[in-house]
Design a binder for this molecule. Structure first.
Ligand code: BGC
Length: 584
């Protein structure tokens, strides 16, 4: 991603501001090394910043090109100690002994004069962790800064500053790489192909706010993640993605992600969960981050589809509809988080294989609007909506469409489509955006689509439509989504990574994101006692024959899965193998 340099004085102000803010919040556990000193000689300048936890560290490296424009770059340095890079993002690296060499990733290979690029890495070490004393860029020692001298700013580009409120927070920004997920991914064979990708940080329990050392959350609390995001940002626009997921009576139609709060514990949700999160996010130290929240997955859609008198009702969803605590909780979260200038709230909107039927579609939009007007919230607290979070619905189905008729039967009446109005997430998300605007949300809301696990590539991916012998043969032969039924949601067999995270991929879509961290389970395939409140849902059991919510089909889940949120190596491997677009 190319970035525009604003002239030396602005740049160094930004940098000093960052260092001061970070030093305040990092305290004693995380050391921030000073910017590598720059002296006068043209060439390049390197800003090397480190979050150190004693036996390892995350480094953010920013290169400023002070010479002629570059197309392709390699940055070399020698570590003074035994530091060992374990994984690196926004570049590729080799290390031999103390010598490290990093070359550009495709998207950041050009650096204009005075332009900057950044990359980051995790490393381990023992003993001391001094910063490298010298960096070279394409063989030129980076010891210089060039004073552009008096006169007009050579680049008066009106790009937004990092803390400015923007229409699409992803545009022109990097997105936070969660070091915990990144390390899990990098530890897998082949995982370094994606370990530099941004994924969501899930606050799935009250204790996750401070950090609870659970396998789900690891050692980093919200502040540690935000500090790390500030370090990764190095003064440039940076999106931080956090998932708000702890409603009372959570996950009323499934059991695998039941939470810690009982159906009536709305006060604990407000005051022990949302309030402390809001207080941390409002810290001025984080004011330059663009904080994207995903608000309460699956909750509101469950109140539309899984309540009486429908056959799909569950007693738990009936209770959450009757007590109003999902609507109240979502409204409260939107109001409190939306009051923070640099927070962008995206409300979870299910996916097309759930909300795409006519009787669910408008009713869901209406319920979202109701929640956005509850507990002090207003529709202005909603920046957009996110579809397909942690789900598997294909982004685009090219081989059949709603308007088609095959062998005398409309595609809509095929078994797979089953009267749905949509066949894929892109068309669903764009149409839902229009519906939400027509029901009162702002006309500039944007959509996110979670493409973490909806790639459906690999050798079985259809290369064209199925035979025209019957509508089912045609649709089933051509569809990328190879689930047994589109209501299946747990650890789906055959799935692959989807589109890599990217900004503004299509009209109305702010970004494709990986909100669900690939490799983290959706639920255990048999009951596993645990202290996290997680239940056992038979939709995660490969031998289960289904319920009304998946039309009594087999669950399609992988066997031997751990509880939700825990690392599931076999699934991660399958996601790599079946990635679409394929991994290079
Ligand atoms: C789990 C969470 C986990 C999240 C991301 C959810 O299904 O309930 O504990 O953090 O997935 O993996």
């Amino acid at each position: 991603m190319s970035r525009i340099h604003r002239g030396a004085s602005t740049r160094s102000r930004t940098r000093r501001g960052l260092a001061a803010a970070s030093a305040l919040v990092l305290g004693t556990t995380l050391a921030l090394l000073p910017t590598t000193p720059a002296s006068a000689a043209p060439g390049c300048e390197v800003d090397y910043q480190v979050n150190d936890w004693g036996s390892g560290f995350t480094a953010s490296v920013e290169i400023t090109n002070l010479g002629t424009a570059l197309n392709g770059w390699t940055l070399d340095w020698s570590f003074p100690g035994n530091q060992q890079v374990t994984n690196l993002w926004n570049g590729t690296h080799t290390q031999s002994g103390q010598d490290v060499s990093v070359t550009a990733a495709g998207h950041n290979s050009s650096i204009s004069t005075n332009g900057t690029v950044s990359f980051g890495f995790n490393a381990s070490y023992s003993g001391s962790n001094a910063a490298p004393s010298e960096f070279t860029l394409n063989g030129v020692v980076c010891d210089g800064s060039v004073d552009p001298g008096p006169g007009p700013d050579p680049d008066p580009d009106p790009d937004p500053e990092p803390g400015d409120r923007v229409d699409n927070p992803y545009e022109g920004a990097d997105v936070y790489v969660n070091p915990i997920w990144s390390a899990n991914a990098a530890a897998e064979p082949g995982g370094d192909a994606i370990s530099d990708q941004p994924t969501g940080v899930w606050l799935d329990q009250i204790s996750a706010i401070e950090g609870n050392d659970s396998p789900t959350t690891g050692s980093m609390g919200l502040r540690e993640h935000l500090d790390e995001a500030v370090a990764q940002a190095a003064g440039e626009p940076m999106v931080f993605q956090v998932v708000i997921y702890n409603l009372p009576g959570r996950d009323c139609a499934a059991l695998a992600s039941n939470g810690e709060l009982g159906p009536d514990e709305i006060d604990r949700y407000k005051h022990e969960y949302i309030d402390p999160i809001a207080e941390i996010l409002a810290d001025p130290a984080y004011a330059d981050l663009r904080i994207v929240t995903t608000v309460e997955i699956d909750s509101l859609p469950n109140l539309v589809t899984n309540v009486s008198p429908r056959e799909t009702a569950t007693p738990e969803c009936d209770e959450m509809l009757a007590n109003g605590n999902y609507v109240e909780g979502v409204g409260y979260a939107l109001a409190q988080l939306g009051a923070i200038d640099n927070v962008y709230n995206y409300v979870d909107a299910g996916h097309h294989g759930w909300i795409g039927w006519a009787d669910n579609f408008s009713a869901s939009a209406a319920l979202f609007y109701e929640a956005a007007n509850t507990a002090g919230a207003s529709p202005d607290d909603v920046h957009g909506f996110i579809a397909n979070t942690a789900n598997y619905s294909a982004l685009v189905e090219d081989n059949f469409s709603i308007g088609q008729t095959v062998a005398g039967t409309p595609v809509r009446q095929s078994q797979w489509v089953d009267w749905n109005q949509f066949t894929d997430e892109l068309s669903f998300s764009q149409a839902l955006r229009e519906e939400l605007v027509s029901q009162g949300f702002a006309s500039d809301i944007g959509m996110l689509i979670d493409t973490s696990r909806n790639g459906w590539g690999g050798p079985d991916r259809p290369t064209g439509p199925g035979p025209e012998t019957s509508v089912d043969a045609y649709v089933d032969g051509g569809r990328y989504d190879r689930r047994i039924q589109s209501g299946n949601w747990c650890n789906q067999s055959g799935a692959g990574l989807g589109e890599r995270p990217q900004a503004s991929p299509e009209p109305g879509i702010d970004a494709y994101v990986w909100m669900k961290p690939p490799g983290e389970s959706d639920g255990s395939s048999e009951f596993i006692p645990n202290p996290e409140g997680k239940g056992f849902d038979r939709m995660c059991d490969p031998t289960y024959e289904g319920n009304p919510r998946n039309g009594y089909n087999m669950s399609g889940a992988l066997a031997d899965a751990p509880i939700s949120g825990h690392w599931f190596s076999a699934q991660f491997q399958e996601l790599l193998d079946n990635a679409y677009p394929p991994l290079n």
